[in-house]
Design a protein around this ligand. Structure first.
Ligand SMILES: C[S@@+](CC[C@H](N)C(=O)[O-])C[C@H]1O[C@@H](n2cnc3c(N)ncnc32)[C@H](O)[C@@H]1O
Length: 411
C-alpha cells in the first residue's frame, strides 16, 4: 500500500456507512499549495424523494449537484481515492468516523463512541445559495479575472468576489419579487464601474437568476483604460450589445448618453471615489430610478469642512484625532446622504452589505423610490443634523434645485 492511501478495510467501512441506513454526511477537505478543496455528500429530500446531494467547494467556488445512484458511487470512490494530506469526517446515526492523512502520508483514524442519532434528510433548498452560485458563472468569473483559467476564485480577488456577490444579494433583496414591466427593457447604470466586475455580474444575475427577458446595463467610468478592459470583457462574454460603457466623468453624463429615451430603473455604484457616490445618488434621483444602491468609498468633502473647526464644538477632542475624525466624517456624510434620499421620496436603509473582511468600506445605502417627497419628519431630521454641524453637504448643493422647495418650507 502506498503512503496517503486508505486501507481496503477502511474504504469498505466507509462505503458501508455511506450506502447503509443512518448516513448523515461525509465531508473531505484537502489543502494544497494554499488552496482548499472540499467535497461533501449528504442525503436530501427533493420532491418527496431521497437523493444524495454533492457540494464541491473549490477555493470558495461552490457547485452543487444532485446525484443518481451511479453518481453517488463515483463521487464516493473519488473521495476514497483522493491523494495527499486531507481530512475526512463521516457522520452516521451510529457515530462519527474521522480520518486524517498527514502531510507525510500517515493515515490516522478515530471513531466516536456508538450513538443513537436521529437522521433527518434536509430539504435541498436549505443549501446556502448565493447569486453567483445560482447559475453557471464560470465564463463570467474567468472573463472578469475574478477566477483563474480553471474557474477557481483567485485568492487576490476573493474580497472583490464577495463584494460583488453580496451586492447582487442586496439588489435581489431590494427588488423583492418585482419583475420588469412587460415589453420594457430593464435599464441599470453602474456609476464608476471600473473593470466592470459588478456591471457584467449584475447583467447575468438579472437575466439568468431573475429571468428578466430584456436587460441593459451601462457602466460609466472616466478612466479610458478600465473602460477599454470592460468593453473587452463584455465582448468576450458576447453581451456587448446589452452591456455597454461610457467613458466620461459622471458629472458630464446625461440621460441621453445612457438610454435611447427609456427610463433608468436602477442606479448602482460600488466604491466610486469621494463625491462620485453623491453624483451616483443624484443621477438616481434626477433620472427617476426606482432603485438606487450605493456603497461609498473614500469621502473627503466633509472632512475639509469640519477640519476648520466649525460645528466641532463639544466634539473638539474627538476631531483632534485624525482617525476618529475620518470615521465621524464618514458616518456624517452617509447620514446626510441617506437623509437627503429620504427627503426626496426614497425609502432608505443603510446596511453593512458585506463582511468587514471583504472590505472595510462595507456600508451601503439601499434606496427605493415610493413615498411622497418633502415630508416634515425627514426634512426636520435633516435640517437638525445639518444645522448642528453647520455644514452644507455636497449632495445638498448638487441637488439644490430639487431640495430647495422642501427644505425652505421648514427652515
Ligand atoms: C475604486 S474603483 C471601483 C470600481 C468598481 N465599481 C469596482 O467596485 O470594482 C472607483 C472607480 O470609479 C471611477 N470614478 C471615480 N470618480 C469618477 C467620476 N467622477 N466619474 C467617472 N468615474 C469615476 C474611477 O475611475 C474608478 O474606476
Amino acid at each position: 500500500m502506498e503512503k496517503f492511501e486508505l486501507e481496503p478495510a477502511l474504504k469498505d467501512e466507509i462505503r458501508a456507512r455511506v450506502m447503509g441506513d443512518g448516513f448523515v454526511k461525509i465531508v473531505q477537505s484537502v489543502r494544497r499549495n494554499g488552496r482548499s478543496f472540499r467535497i461533501s455528500l449528504r442525503p436530501v429530500v427533493i420532491g418527496g424523494a431521497r437523493k444524495i446531494q454533492a457540494e464541491m467547494t473549490d477555493d470558495g467556488h461552490v457547485q452543487v449537484k444532485n446525484l443518481d445512484a451511479h453518481g453517488v458511487t463515483t463521487g464516493l470512490e473519488e473521495i476514497l481515492d483522493q491523494k495527499g494530506a486531507r481530512d475526512l469526517h463521516l457522520i452516521t446515526a451510529r457515530g462519527d468516523l474521522h480520518v486524517r492523512v498527514t502531510k507525510k502520508g500517515h493515515v490516522l483514524v478515530s471513531r466516536s463512541a456508538e450513538t443513537e442519532r436521529e437522521v433527518v434528510a434536509m430539504p435541498h433548498d436549505r443549501i446556502k445559495r448565493t447569486p453567483l452560485t445560482s447559475f453557471d458563472a464560470t465564463a463570467l468569473l474567468r472573463a472578469t479575472g475574478l477566477a483563474d483559467g480553471d474557474g477557481k476564485i483567485r485568492a487576490s480577488m476573493r474580497g472583490k468576489y464577495d463584494q460583488v456577490n453580496e451586492f447582487l444579494k442586496a439588489v435581489g433583496e431590494l427588488m423583492g419579487d418585482a419583475k420588469a414591466e412587460d415589453g420594457r427593457t430593464f435599464t441599470v447604470v453602474d456609476c464608476g464601474c471600473g473593470k466592470a466586475y459588478l456591471t457584467v455580474a449584475l447583467y447575468h444575475y438579472l437575466v439568468q437568476v431573475r429571468k428578466m427577458p430584456s436587460v441593459r446595463v451601462v457602466g460609466i467610468d472616466r478612466r479610458a483604460d478600465v473602460v477599454e478592459s470592460a468593453r473587452k470583457i463584455a465582448s468576450q462574454l458576447d453581451i456587448d450589445g446589452q452591456v455597454t460603457f461610457v467613458e466620461a466623468d459622471l458629472s458630464d453624463v446625461g440621460l441621453a448618453d445612457v438610454t435611447d429615451g427609456e427610463r433608468v430603473d436602477m442606479v448602482i455604484s460600488l466604491h466610486a471615489c469621494d463625491t462620485a457616490t453623491d453624483e451616483a445618488l443624484a443621477k438616481g434621483v434626477e433620472w427617476k430610478a426606482r432603485y438606487v444602491l450605493a456603497a461609498p468609498c473614500c469621502q473627503h468633502e466633509l472632512q475639509k469642512a469640519l477640519s476648520g473647526g466649525c460645528g466641532a464644538g463639544d466634539f473638539a477632542g474627538l476631531m483632534r484625532q485624525p482617525i476618529l475624525r475620518e470615521r465621524l466624517c464618514d458616518i456624517l456624510t452617509d447620514s446626510f446622504r441617506a437623509m437627503i434620499m429620504r427627503v426626496l421620496g426614497f425609502r432608505t436603509r443603510v446596511v453593512e452589505f458585506v463582511d468587514g473582511e471583504a472590505t472595510a468600506r462595507n456600508i451601503m445605502l439601499k434606496c427605493e423610490y415610493g413615498v411622497k417627497p418633502g415630508q416634515a419628519a425627514p426634512v426636520g431630521e435633516y435640517l437638525a443634523l445639518r444645522d448642528y454641524w453647520k455644514v452644507t453637504p455636497w449632495l445638498e448643493t448638487r441637488l439644490s434645485t430639487l431640495l430647495e422647495k422642501h427644505l425652505s418650507r421648514y427652515s
